[in-house]
Design a binder for this molecule. Structure first.
Ligand SMILES: Nc1ncnc2c1ncn2[C@@H]1O[C@H](COP(=O)(O)OP(=O)(O)OP(=O)(O)O)[C@@H](O)[C@H]1O
Ligand SMILES: [Mg+2]
Length: 237
């Protein structure tokens, strides 16, 4: 399978401090790839670097085109949607208004209207709460809204930062099942960043491990699940 995203020697900086030390990884077209790592390894920073939210060096290729150096808005417009950690829903807007914001870069307005229905069919709870303020939703509902809002862009690549954070196991299961469905039905490639290593390896087909800003291991999810070091350090058995 060819790569939709290729990252070469990527460095990222907060002020003068280099936090990514030249990482390499790729996301297969149509696949689900996960980046694993402990707290502070640089997972969130990697997604921020892909969306041009921080200063970077190195190369980022999306669909065969070099995108490092482009603006955040331009990258989103090419089809890279980012669900940040902490979800980033607009708390004072309703569910429906949040979805509308997600579609603002699209030119095909009529199709965007139809997509509200598509999102509500994935997440029926959001339909029931379409007029509710986002800030009053439960954590799980906010995560569903954040994902739906990103999908309203009709992205080709979805960047997901710790969608399981703070959620109960049943809700995590529900959201991950829907992510798999969306990946298959809409052919959206997914780059998932997770601390929940067991869940991430269940969903993803390929994984990369980063430690202190460097890629140290990669393989199929099965290979990583069977790896002694991963089991001891990240899966706890
Ligand atoms: N705004 C910032 N300014 C300075 N340093 C930062 C900033 N944000 C993150 N860092 C540092 O960059 C490093 C990587 O942080 P990052 O948030 O990418 O880690 P992470 O892998 O997402 O961790 P977690 O699992 O806790 O979310 C950490 O050492 C962190 O302290
Ligand atoms: Mg993080």
């Amino acid at each position: 399978m060819s790569a939709i995203l290729q990252v070469k020697k990527l460095e990222a900086f907060y002020g003068g401090t280099r936090v990514l030390q030249g990482i390499d990884f790729e996301v297969a077209e149509g696949g689900i790839t996960t980046i694993l790592g402990a707290n502070g390894a640089g997972k969130t920073t990697t997604l921020r670097a892909l969306s041009a939210l921080i200063k970077t060096k190195g190369e980022i290729w999306f669909q065969g085109r070099r995108i490092d150096g482009l603006s955040t808005e331009k990258i989103a417009g090419l089809g890279v949607a980012h669900v940040p950690d902490g979800r980033g829903t607009l708390v004072n807007l309703t569910v429906e208004e949040n979805l509308r914001v997600g579609a603002y870069l699209r030119r095909d307005r009529a199709a965007a209207e139809a997509d509200f229905e598509r999102m509500y069919s994935y997440f029926p709870r959001l339909r029931e709460r379409r007029q509710q303020q986002a800030g009053t939703l439960s954590g799980g509902e906010q995560q569903m809204l954040a994902i739906s809002r990103a999908l309203m862009l009709k992205p080709k690549l979805l960047l997901l930062d710790e969608p399981s954070f703070g959620l109960a196991p049943l809700i995590i299961r529900e959201i991950f099942d829907i992510m798999r469905l969306i990946n298959r039905e809409e052919r959206v490639s997914i780059l998932l960043v997770e601390q929940n290593v067991a869940r991430a390896l269940e969903l993803a087909d390929h994984a990369w491990l980063i430690e202190t800003g460097s890629t140290v291991m990669s393989g199929t999810s099965k290979e990583l699940r069977d790896n002694e070091q991963i089991r001891r350090s990240y899966l706890g058995f």
